[in-house]
Design a protein around this ligand. Structure first.
Ligand code: SF4
Length: 320
């Protein structure tokens, strides 16, 4: 791999190609080039983000069997394995949101399953916006929606939507890729900001398929980007496919950073210190339901707290 050429392209502000992305992803995790790659991604983030770090927090508003049917998700109807089902009332959700917004976060994500009533989310978002003012960015992480609904989200006070075309969408999920892409277009057209992620990455996904998602994000002008490895539900067929190592995830994060060129932040999920060496300046704290957890309150399980991710960012010399 000619990393000099990559550095030259970055210095000239030239965009990396799909072929560049695949070549970078093929770098051996045991090679000197691996360390050079993460050093290049780190240097770019330090320079472009000025050492600014971000904490985003997410609340899973409900844990109910979901028709999305994603094989890797503990909330999917055929995999449902969260310890007990629940749905927060509007008032409970607003209270939880206000509590989290009073801490060191910049963005609050409200996550629901695909069948959650849209009107409830609008209600919660509007009440939160009224109470927190404009200091916190509100992000919807929900099922697919129409252009009219995207407009309603914006009017209610949401700044952005987290939405993705997942790896193996339509094969490992019961949702058609076209439907996901329609929603991405609706977000864009309605003037909501799109937050994107290459996910959920497993050992069987080709480097070409990862590169395609990096380029898709870049085409939408995404400024908040992420890469996430798959954490499968215990006992499911997905579990047998395995999990990529954190070293491999760190390499993917570095390549995603360089290819997509998000202007505000780069994230790794779940949080891991080693990716903070590779251009990551943003981490998620998680509360309530979580597709990777079987505990109903993920902050007692896999979810990291705000304090914990703050400490991780600060230990990497990012200023929160
Ligand atoms: S990932 Fe989302 S859409 Fe898919 S099953 Fe889980 S909650 Fe439903």
């Amino acid at each position: 791999m000619n990393l000099n050429l990559i550095e030259k392209k970055l210095a000239n502000n030239d965009l990396l190609t799909r072929a560049d992305a695949v070549e970078l992803l093929k770098i051996s995790n045991q090679s000197d080039d691996f360390y050079r790659l993460i050093s290049i991604a780190n240097a770019l983030s330090r320079k472009e983000y000025g050492n600014k770090g971000y904490i985003f927090a997410q609340i899973g508003l409900n844990a109910e069997p979901c028709s999305g049917g994603c094989r890797f998700c503990s909330l999917a109807k055929d995999n449902f394995s969260v310890e007990y089902p629940y749905r927060l009332t509007v008032d409970e959700a607003v209270k939880a949101g206000l509590d989290i917004c009073s801490r060191d976060i910049s963005d609050l994500f409200l996550m629901t399953t695909a069948d959650y009533p849209f009107e409830h989310l609008i209600n919660i978002g509007a009440k939160l916006r009224k109470s927190v003012g404009n200091s916190i960015r509100l992000v919807a992480n929900i099922g697919d929606f129409t252009f009219e609904q995207a407009t309603q989200l914006k009017q209610a006070g949401f700044n952005a939507a987290y939405h993705i075309h997942r790896l193996n969408e339509g094969m490992d999920t019961d949702i058609s890729p076209d439907r996901r892409i329609d929603t991405l277009n609706n977000i864009h057209k309605a003037g909501l900001e799109l937050y994107y992620c290459v996910e959920p990455i497993g050992p069987e996904h080709s480097y070409e398929s990862l590169a395609d998602e990096m380029l898709r994000a870049r085409e939408y002008g995404v400024n908040v980007m992420a890469a996430m490895r798959r954490i499968p539900v215990p006992g499911t067929a997905m579990k047998k496919r395995g999990t990529i190592s954190l070293l491999e995830l760190t390499k993917i994060v570095a390549v995603t950073r360089l290819v997509t060129r998000p202007k505000r932040s780069m994230n790794v999920h779940e949080p891991t210190e080693m990716a903070l060496l590779a251009g990551v300046n943003q981490l998620y704290a998680e509360y309530g339901a979580n597709p990777r957890d079987t505990l109903a309150q993920t902050n007692k399980g896999r979810g990291f707290s705000i304090q914990r991710v703050k400490c991780m960012l600060e230990n990497a010399d990012y200023i929160v």
